[in-house]
Design a protein around this ligand. Structure first.
Ligand code: TRP
Ligand code: ZN
Length: 464
């Protein structure tokens, strides 16, 4: 789903219906050409793909911790955005055994992280199609990029810790692995009996066990970026219910962290309800979190269910990951260089949480950072331009948050919090850019804020 294109697509569909109205088959098969191998993010040229737009992923995953083998079937519903002779999916490692398009066998070639699919007949622009990929193998996590170590599908002693930001979804399922193409997800996950599968959204029905293997079904019915999809597997203790504000809440912890369960459950509830008063209604149909016994040392804001890797999360990091449900998950960046729209907002949320709890105010935290000397590395890294090989730089988080505080001081609390709520409401479930945020800030404040954003986001020096 690429929301910014929907209007255009509808208009173009009408025109093509009126102009040529083919009963079936592609409108202009002669013009059919391959979809691009990348979606157009200049910093990540082969991430995502051109020529189509995914609306839904149906992931079937069978995983055995003892062998680390994954058997998968991914069924993708998509619509062409050009006449397509072939198109690509992103998939890293793993062996593809079969591909069909609309039920007919298709040719495929898997080179590097690109799976090229050539259907027997071209796909016409605007046509909906279904591609089904059968694959298997031992997933290999991705490295580099994030300077956070590994990401993607990571085997653990009893299952897997699945955290794919920025482009590790392709380590476990084929897809359009870029945040600008969000889609809904269904998960059918089969694991040895005794292992629990935790994916995004809510469980569909009860797990079923047959021949010593249990199948779990989960559904995320709100659009989701591929990097936010998870299928975290292992032994877990669960606590379920609702927040006082009425949001379905599910906490899960590895038995090694069983003492963390109640606090995870309660703090996630309290934070979800509090952010709902600050940022506007919670965007999804459940909240919660998962603590796995895997020493990732970091957390990811996996939609509806942040995952915490190998530590008992405190309220600050829970506040951060749950703020991402609004900023990152509901509102998703269109290109990675705008990552401060995720991390700056989630870090600022930590400061707001501190202020809310009567600890340090956001203003005091801002002042501490602002007093760092001019040669602190934060000042030479402009957070509005996250760098592909150092995306998650401290500056993107902290100077990103400082940008919001500088904005708050400039426009005042009333306008600032109205802006944040309007931002979250106007782009709910969509994709966003920095320019859109700056435009909205100017509109709501009636002020020229370009110098402020320029100094905080784009200059390689300490703002005054
Ligand atoms: N977005 C995460 C956070 O700030 C950090 C992160 C980036 C991450 N890439 C990751 C976490 C990969 C897990 C896996 O909360
Ligand atoms: Zn974050």
């Amino acid at each position: 789903m690429r929301s910014n294109r929907r209007g255009m697509a509808v208009a173009a569909a009408l025109i093509s219906v009126l102009a040529c109205a083919p009963a079936d088959g592609p409108a202009f098969p002669a013009d059919a050409r391959p979809g691009a191998p990348g979606i157009g993010d200049a910093d990540f040229p082969t991430d995502g793909n051109g020529g189509y737009d995914v609306s839904h992923y149906d992931l079937t995953v069978d995983y055995t911790p003892a062998t680390k083998r994954l058997d998968g079937v991914t069924t993708i519903r998509a619509a062409a955005t050009q006449d397509l002779s072939s198109f690509n999916l992103d998939l890293a490692g793993l062996d593809v055994s079969d591909v069909t398009v609309d039920g007919s066998p298709a040719k495929f070639a898997h080179k590097g992280d690109e799976l090229t699919v050539t259907p027997t007949t071209a796909i016409g622009d605007m046509s909906r199609f279904t591609v089904k990929v059968t694959y298997s193998g031992v997933p290999t996590p991705a490295r580099d990029r994030a300077n956070l170590g590994s990401y993607g599908f990571m085997a653990t002693a009893d299952g897997a810790f699945v955290a794919s930001e920025p482009d590790g979804a392709k380590t476990w399922f084929p897809g359009n692995d870029h945040p600008s193409d969000k889609a809904t997800f269904d998960f059918t996950i089969t694991v040895p009996a005794g292992v629990t599968a935790l994916a995004n959204g809510e469980q569909v029905g009860q797990p079923t066990t047959d021949g010593g293997r249990t199948t779990f079904r989960w559904r995320e019915r709100h659009p989701m970026a591929t990097y936010l999809a998870t299928a975290t597997l292992g032994r877990f203790e669960l606590r379920q219910g609702r927040t006082p504000g009425g949001v379905v809440n599910l906490a899960a912890v590895d038995p090694a962290f069983k003492n963390a369960l109640d606090k995870l459950y309660q703090t996630s509830a309290e934070v979800t309800d509090y952010w709902s008063t600050v940022f506007g209604p919670y965007p999804f149909s459940s909240t919660g979190g998962v603590v796995d016994n895997y020493a990732a040392g970091y957390a990811l804001e996996t939609q509806t269910k942040p995952i915490y890797g190998g530590f008992d999360p405190d309220a600050t990091i829970i506040a951060h990951e749950l703020a991402h449900q609004w900023f990152g998950d509901s509102l998703t960046i269109s290109r990675w260089k705008d990552l401060w729209l995720n991390e700056g907002f989630a870090t600022y949320a930590e400061w707001l949480w501190s202020e809310h709890k009567g600890a340090k105010t956001a203003d005091a935290i801002f002042d501490d950072y602002h007093s760092r000397p001019a040669d602190d590395p934060m000042w030479s890294y402009p957070p509005g331009q996250a760098r592909p090989h150092d995306l998650f730089n401290h500056s993107v988080y902290v100077r990103g948050a400082m940008t919001l505080h500088a904005l708050r001081k400039a426009v005042g609390d009333e306008t600032f919090f109205r802006l944040i709520r309007t931002w979250a409401a106007a782009h709910r479930y969509g994709n966003v850019t920095t320019e859109q945020f700056v435009d909205l800030a100017q509109q709501l404040s009636g002020r020229d804020l370009r110098p402020l954003f320029d100094a905080w986001l784009f200059q390689p020096r300490r703002p005054a």
